[in-house]
Design a protein around this ligand. Structure first.
Ligand SMILES: *Cc1c(COP(=O)(O)O)cnc(C)c1O
Length: 421
């Protein structure tokens, strides 16, 4: 979807100045928008007694952003040691953090248990004896296999490497119960970037039914069900936003019914990344070359290392040209980076206003899985990140990578010795 009118109103009037001051390319995130979405989530689920969002750190792993999440009362969903450390640096402790890993290593379990620990979300029964010290609070990630279909991005659960199978789930809880675990949660994440909220309601229903069954069979009570992330955002102008209020209302209804049947209801957790920050970031680039061969190409000063989604998912990101209206004269162009990969394109055969060298392009909805997915192939360096604060000031929250960063892990000693220096 085109950038929201409110974000545009905050950003566009000063964007030229920001670009001149900091230099392109950069991702810039909108603190106001992020906080508004956080409040929308909290309001939507305000009738759930115990609701908490655990921000999926991988979507936007920047300490300033995590600090904002912490201030809103959110926890952190982590799947790696650096994500655990970042969450703790942002003030997350114990139950503020849920560690949802897959194919987990001993080092990861060690760091998860350090510094006050965290909630462990185990991905397999064979991991139970590998946890050095089982924490008090354990989740299992459930994989329904052929019982459910996923959506296009995440694929069929039966082919997915995640989670504990239906056949193993009772044993999983029995085993940790017998080892002294006293607090239990149930987790599932089946979809990604889904705009139809019904999927999330189905997931909540499936987890609540499963929780009832496991409770009866194993004699435990569930403190929490976690329906994962995967809430979609409208990337295309014609996409309709996910109806978060309808989703929350129906899930609240399911929890109320559960309470009627069982005399209590578990808390509800979400692990949204994209929904929280996706629409509140843009990648700002400058047009530096134009090339006319069989197609017209606009070359910009960033490449897919700053935003992988178009190249790996064929994802659409809306683009506008600063100071040029969409009703101006158009041409059909591919907007491309400089990498030696033909899928290094931010847009393919897109109708855009006539672009001249030096024009600023705003590539939209890059606030989640944007910078964080970047890589360094071809020696391409990742851009800086800026935060547009509530008071209108702009803060550099990550500098751009330099050649020295890229060289930092290389061993140049043999070369130096050979050259006798
Ligand atoms: C990636 C991921 C999320 C966040 O997904 P979004 O699509 O950004 O909401 C949440 N939980 C888990 C376990 C994940 O792997």
């Amino acid at each position: 979807m085109p950038i929201s009118e409110t974000f545009k109103g905050r950003l566009f009037p000063t964007l030229k100045e920001i670009a001149e001051h900091f230099g392109t390319p950069f991702h810039i995130y909108d603190e106001t928008g992020i906080r508004e979405t956080g409040q929308t989530l909290k309001d939507a689920f305000s009738d759930v007694k115990d609701f908490r969002e655990y921000f999926a750190v991988k979507a936007l792993p920047n300490p300033r952003i995590l600090e904002i999440m912490k201030e809103m009362g959110f926890g952190f969903d982590c799947s790696s040691i650096p994500e655990l450390l970042l969450s703790r640096m942002a003030g997350g402790r114990g139950e503020d953090i849920i560690f949802t890993s897959n194919n987990t290593s001993p080092e990861e379990f060690k760091v998860a248990a350090a510094d006050g620990g965290c909630i462990l979300n185990l991905d397999d029964v064979t991991l139970i004896p590998k946890v050095p010290e089982l924490p008090e609070f354990i989740y299992f990630r459930y994989n329904p296999g052929p019982r459910r279909t996923g959506n296009a991005i995440i694929g069929s659960p039966a082919e997915s490497k995640y989670g504990v199978s239906h056949e193993q789930i009772l044993d999983a809880y029995r085993t940790v119960r017998d080892r002294g675990v006293r607090r239990f949660g149930l987790h599932n994440m089946l979809i990604s970037n889904e705009l139809d909220y019904k999927y999330m309601v189905e997931t909540a229903q499936m987890l609540l039914e499963l929780a009832e069954w496991i409770s009866k069979e194993v004699g435990i009570v569930f403190e929490s069900v976690n329906i994962g992330g995967g809430l979609g955002i409208p990337y295309k102008p014609e996409d309709r936003p996910l109806d978060i209020h309808a989703m929350a209302e129906e899930i609240t209804g399911l929890l109320n019914q559960f309470e009627k049947r069982n005399g209590y209801a578990p808390g509800l957790c979400l692990e949204s990344g994209r929904f929280m920050t996706g629409p509140h970031g843009v990648l700002v680039v400058k047009a530096i070359n134009e090339k006319n061969i069989y197609r017209k190409y606009i070359g910009v000063d960033a490449c897919m290392t700053a935003l992988m989604r178009p190249a790996i998912y064929g994802a659409y990101h809306h683009i506008s040209v600063l100071g040029k209206d969409s009703d101006q004269e158009h041409s059909i162009v591919d907007v491309v980076g400089s990498l030696c990969e033909n899928n290094d394109k931010f847009a393919i055969q897109r109708s855009l206003p006539e672009i001249e060298e030096g024009d600023i392009l705003i590539i939209q909805d890059t606030g989640a899985h944007g910078h964080s997915m970047g890589f360094n192939y071809n020696g391409k360096l990742r851009p800086k990140e800026l935060l547009l604060r509530m008071d209108g000031s702009v803060e550099l929250i990550r500098r751009e990578e330099t050649v020295n960063d890229y060289f930092a892990t290389l061993n140049f000693e043999p070369l130096r010795q050979a050259q006798g220096s």
